[in-house]
Design a protein around this ligand. Structure first.
Ligand code: FMN
Length: 199
């Protein structure tokens, strides 16, 4: 089924939520960020910024998420607490922020199109999502584990403030490290239920 190493990495990548204390080689972080930066982006704007978070700032982020969990009911509170554990246990967390460059470019270049801001914001999110996926796959290819923590959207303003981001839109937070235990493969829908062929 898997024709090559890329497809094997895609198949074998799993979300991991608890990490060992083993640190990640700095070169591996650069490799992962470089892979993210190679993702396709609308108008090649690369309107993403990556923040590598370690040490006290990372623990402060875990503390913030854990504290904010108490302001929500289940399942949000449970997911936020789990996210805090992932952030705390991983040696490195990468935050992805959208700069708005693509949105501004769209507004200036396509004045005649209705809802242009919405359209380009969608494309900015899509572009950054491609970068995040490259990040997850690059990490998996290096034997590292990761998880995309979308639930932090619930506290995005507080997260951006803690990271010192003045402008930009919260996109994702990704803890990366060595898996404490490998996650069971979640069931994926069979292809025949999601593909249609038209001619
Ligand atoms: C946009 C997005 C947001 C996600 N947010 C979270 C999250 O907040 N917490 C979490 O534990 N997993 C999160 N995940 C991971 C999914 O739960 C996971 O991808 C899914 O269960 C399939 O498992 P797999 O990644 O091992 O294939 C997110 C994934 C995506 C794409």
């Amino acid at each position: 089924m898997n024709a090559n190493a890329t497809m094997r990495t895609i198949e074998e990548r799993r979300s991991t939520r608890i990490f060992t204390s083993r640190d990640i080689d700095g070169e591996d972080i650069i490799r992962i960020l470089n892979s993210a930066n190679q993702a396709p982006s609308a108008h090649n704007k690369q309107s993403w910024r990556f923040m590598v978070i370690r040490g006290d700032r990372k623990q402060a982020l875990a503390g913030l998420v854990s504290e904010k969990a108490g302001h929500f009911r289940k399942p949000s509170s449970t997911l936020l607490r789990m996210a805090a554990r992932s952030i705390s246990s991983a040696p490195v967390v990468v935050a992805v922020v959208n700069t708005g460059e693509l949105v501004n470019h769209g507004a200036q270049s396509f004045e005649d199109v209705a809802n242009i801001t919405d359209l380009f914001r969608t494309m900015e999110i899509q572009s950054s999502a491609a970068a995040v996926q490259n990040m997850l796959l690059a990490a998996a290819s290096l034997g590292l584990a990761s998880v995309w923590l979308g639930i932090l959207c619930l506290v995005r303003e507080e997260v951006l403030s803690l990271l010192g981001v003045q402008e930009g839109e919260f996109m994702a937070v990704v803890p990366i490290g060595y898996a404490q235990r490998t996650s069971a493969s979640p069931r994926k829908k069979p292809l025949e239920t999601i593909v249609s062929y038209l001619s």
